[in-house]
Design a protein around this ligand. Structure first.
Ligand code: ZN
Length: 213
């Protein structure tokens, strides 16, 4: 038994488990180093939260974020798209494939919502609130507000893309926003981790650790 009540027991708080999917684990097509280490941490943390939401990267085949969709381009190159710069990725999390499935071992039966993102062929989506054009909503903001949730905690993959972009959007929408940093793992391509941490700090995102929960 806990001596004090955990933050997750508060009905106004939700835990967002970001993109814990096969393709982002070691052996996957866009593997994040140590990504598998997050799964048991997520199970443990989620067991202390009343509100748990899963996000799932969920692209159609031939998605604009895939390097294979741009002849002559290689993964991790950056190109300009109408909505801004886009990092090109290996094909990953294609709708309905084994790589898009949740991580084996993820055990969060009480999660009450799954937000799928990156579903539009021509727009990427790191954030679980908005597609990368910054104007196409996923619907999560309203879903949280409808449930009276005003505080979100995030953990998952990867720190410097989907976690950070989601956290910055949450803070912009005036949710109290906490990222559990040691419950995330990063891709860290071309300085992306340092940039993401700076962006989160500038947006007022609180960076916390598992021990703070
Ligand atoms: Zn993706």
């Amino acid at each position: 038994m806990r001596a004090t009540s955990s933050i997750g027991e508060n009905p106004r708080v939700a835990l967002l488990l970001v993109d814990l999917q096969v393709d982002f684990l070691p052996g996957g097509s866009l593997a994040v180093a140590g990504g598998d280490e997050v799964v048991p941490l997520a199970n443990r943390v989620a067991s202390t939260f009343r509100n748990v939401i899963l996000t799932q990267d969920w692209h159609p085949a031939g998605h604009v974020s895939f390097a294979t969709s741009h002849p002559g381009r290689a993964p991790f190159e950056v190109i300009d798209l109408p909505y801004g710069p886009q990092v090109l990725w290996p094909d990953h999390c294609v709708q309905g494939t084994a790589g898009a499935a949740f991580a084996p071992g993820l055990d969060v039966p009480h999660a009450h919502m799954i937000v799928r993102k990156g579903v539009h062929a021509g727009i990427d989506s790191y954030s679980t609130f908005y597609e990368a054009d910054r104007v196409t909503p996923t619907g999560l903001t309203g879903a949280l507000r409808d449930r009276g949730i005003d505080h979100v905690c995030l953990m998952g993959l990867a720190t410097d893309f989907c976690v950070a972009w989601s956290a910055v959007d949450a803070a912009r929408h005036r949710f109290r926003t906490q990222v559990i940093l040691d419950g995330c793992r990063a891709i860290d391509a071309n300085g992306s981790l340092a940039r993401a941490q700076a962006d989160m700090a500038a947006a007022g995102v609180e960076l916390i650790g598992l021990a703070d929960l």
